[in-house]
Design a protein around this ligand. Structure first.
Ligand code: 8Y4
Length: 284
């Protein structure tokens, strides 16, 4: 007998519930001094909020606010500095849009303050492994995206090695999901992410994308971040701002394979690609 279709996925993001029966875009909002600077070392709060509102208008269901760069070689940021960058943006975006506000952080203090300021999702590239992060995220009521990373941002791209990248990523995520469930997280608060580019070379990224269906079959919403990443630089020989078409192609491929949330810089273009991919996928 054919098995029943899996239930439509949803994500409980504090006081909002995201319907993931069709894939959605998570817009990237970096609130670091190198983005939206007023010509100097200062991040412009107003320019950052305007960019978030613009992305929501272009169709982003989620706005991901990040105050610490996780790029290879980036300097660490103090708790006080990350709070100063992120919290005012979360507060203002919460008031200005209906989108779910996500906070890209690994720090428990930032998770607590962001959820108090109205965030609904915690996007932690360290999958709640920092001391106190699991407890802070649990108490927040927010949904959490658990991401796989091999190594630490500073050095992860030096020489990533796997015996079987798909198996290892799945097992890591399964362990983190089990830790969250044991701590008291309910099913509908968790999403998983293979972490493209986080301790992965071109072959690892392509293998993970080819086998994304196996991660999807584990039953939780799958989030992917491929937008403008260095694999696209290698495949198309283009600088980050010129990687829009390649990024949109990868978004469509990921959605066709069942990704539910696509993290993207180019929100309008990515939304169109996801609508196309969803129509092709529907009923299959
Ligand atoms: C050019 C532009 C080159 C961007 C590199 C990059 C992910 C993520 C990032 C991801 C989740 C990035 C915060 C890396 N990637 N969160 N964050 N998944 N959940 N690099 O793949 O965009 S930052």
């Amino acid at each position: 007998m054919p098995s029943a279709p899996p239930p439509a996925l949803r994500l409980r993001c504090a006081d909002k519930t995201l319907d993931l029966s069709r894939p959605v875009v998570m817009g990237v909002l970096n609130v670091t001094p190198d983005s939206f600077s007023d010509g100097g070392r200062f991040f412009s709060l107003q320019a950052g909020v305007e960019q978030g509102v613009r992305m929501a208008g272009e169709g982003a269901a989620i706005i991901d606010v990040g105050g610490e760069s996780t790029r290879p070689g980036a300097d660490p940021v103090s708790v006080a500095e990350e709070l100063r960058r992120v919290i005012p943006v979360v507060e203002r975006l919460r008031a200005a849009t209906a989108a779910v506000i996500s906070v890209d952080t690994s720090k428990p203090e930032v998770m607590r303050a962001a959820s108090a300021a109205g965030a609904g999702l915690i996007n932690d590239v360290r999958a709640l492994r920092e001391p106190g992060a699991l407890e802070a995220a649990l108490e927040s009521g927010c949904a959490v995206s658990l991401m796989h990373m091999q190594g630490e941002p500073r050095t992860m791209q030096v020489a990533p090695v796997y015996a079987d990248v798909v198996r290892e990523v799945r097992e890591f995520l399964r362990d983190r999901v089990a830790a969250c469930r044991a701590a008291g997280f309910t099913e509908e608060r968790l999403a998983i992410d293979p972490g493209f580019g986080f301790g992965k070379n071109m072959a690892h990224n392509l293998t993970l994308l080819r086998h994304l269906g196996e991660l999807v079959s584990d039953g939780l919403p799958v989030l992917v971040g491929l937008s403008r990443k260095s694999m696209l630089g290698k495949l198309t020989d283009r600088a980050p701002e010129e990687r829009v078409y390649g990024s949109v192609a990868l978004a469509a491929i990921a959605a066709l394979k069942g990704a539910c949330i696509v993290r993207a810089h180019d929100v309008g273009a990515t939304c169109d690609a996801l609508k196309v991919a969803a129509a092709v996928r529907e009923g299959s």
